[in-house]
Design a protein around this ligand. Structure first.
Ligand code: GLA
Length: 373
């Protein structure tokens, strides 16, 4: 080992509202959570990277030939970010790194983006690339874009930019609103009366990345159909609900429903941003329920277990809104809950769900937190 030990931390994120809107150039609102990935590392004098990770194990590779790993998929998030840095001309050398995480993986809080963002910041700190002021929001958003590119191009998931920007741009007690086309970010204060409870269904994700990519292509198909019918748009972001409805006949039925979800969801995110800005948490909660219904019925990325969790939450005292969060097809729900009711809410939600589903859920009470450092 050479050099001094350096550390970087990146939080996970929770999608408050805006389901599958990000890669459609739309709007989304999230928080960075108070759980995340820490990487500690130090420079070596050769071009070898040595990773140690709990619970995944070890990996060693050379920077001279960055290839996708078949047997250590977790390492690809790391490798992908290093490849992006190389492409950007960053003078990378070998290093040793130890990864640890307080983020439960598969629980809908994007441990993958946290790993990407922490990797990038660690490398930046070790090798001191001249990117500019790391606290400059514009730089942070562009670094988030590099992490997203790593996931799109190297890992092969066609995700949008929500996870990486939230991890970079989170702020304590604030929601992060992202315009995924302009990459404009607003940090909006959250009411101290409420907090967020995440509840994992205890059921495994079902073919997440292939179903996710399938939804991505259905949205791209919707754009293609619009363009073929002389409605010139770049993305579903450019279309309103009326236009999609009026042109229902040009889409396959399934693609029509996907498009309807995205365009109505964009409207809900904008309404949710206004609700938060006006301190109207009841309106925010209502929009979250509506978002879930649209994901369930039109985008079809919910599961019976996620639906059960949302329905149970709806009947419990102190709950203002509930919906699936993140990619869907399994994972977790997010619940907007009065702070003083949160502990009882968690206990009741898990107990009733356990009885109904036979699954073993897990729940966390989370706070909006600062971004990566
Ligand atoms: C995953 C992706 C994000 C976003 C959400 C759904 O978390 O990584 O980019 O598309 O799903 O909103």
């Amino acid at each position: 080992m050479r050099g001094i030990m350096i550390s970087a931390f990146a939080p996970g994120r929770l999608e408050l509202i805006g389901n599958h809107t990000d890669y459609n150039d739309g709007y989304v609102m999230a928080i960075a959570v108070n759980l995340g990935v820490t990487i500690q590392g130090q420079a070596r004098e050769d071009n070898t990277v040595v990773l140690r990770s709990q619970p995944f194990g070890e990996d060693t590779f050379s920077l001279d030939e960055l290839k996708k790993s078949g047997d250590k998929p977790w390492s690809n998030y790391f490798r992908g970010v290093l490849e992006q840095l190389q492409k950007a001309g960053a003078p990378l050398k070998g290093f040793e790194a130890e990864i640890s995480s307080t983020l439960p993986s598969g629980a809908g809080m994007s441990s993958s983006a946290a790993l990407e963002v922490a990797t990038l910041l660690l490398a930046q700190k070790i090798f001191d690339f001249e990117f500019g002021d790391i606290h400059d929001p514009a730089l942070r958003v562009s670094l988030a874009a590099m992490c997203r590119a790593a996931e799109n191009d190297f890992v092969g998931v066609k995700c949008g930019i929500l996870d990486q920007v939230s991890s970079m741009m989170g702020r304590k007690d604030h929601a992060v609103f992202i315009d995924c086309r302009t990459l404009e970010v607003q940090q909006i204060p959250l009411s101290g009366e409420v907090c967020f409870v995440v509840c994992h269904t205890g059921a495994k994700h079902m073919l997440l990345s292939s179903k996710y990519n399938q939804r991505h292509s259905e949205c791209m198909e919707a754009v293609k159909m619009l363009n073929m019918n002389k409605i010139e748009v770049q993305a579903l972001r450019d279309v309103d609900v009326e236009t999609v409805k009026r042109n229902a006949g040009i889409f396959m039925e399934r693609v029509f429903r996907r498009a309807m979800h995205v365009v109505t969801e964009n409207g809900r995110v904008l309404a949710a941003r206004d609700a938060l800005a006006n301190g109207d948490i009841l309106a925010l909660g209502k929009l979250m329920y509506e978002s879930h219904e649209s994901s369930r019925d039109a985008f079809e990325n919910s599961t019976e277990y996620l639906d059960q969790l949302v329905e149970i939450a709806r009947g419990l005292p102190g709950c203002l809104g509930a919906r699936l969060t993140g990619g869907g097809f399994g994972g977790a729900t997010i619940n907007l809950v009065y702070r003083d009711a949160a502990d009882q809410f968690m206990t009741d939600l898990m107990r009733i769900y356990r009885e109904k589903s036979g699954k073993e859920p897990q729940a966390w009470k989370l706070e909006a937190s600062d971004g990566a450092e």
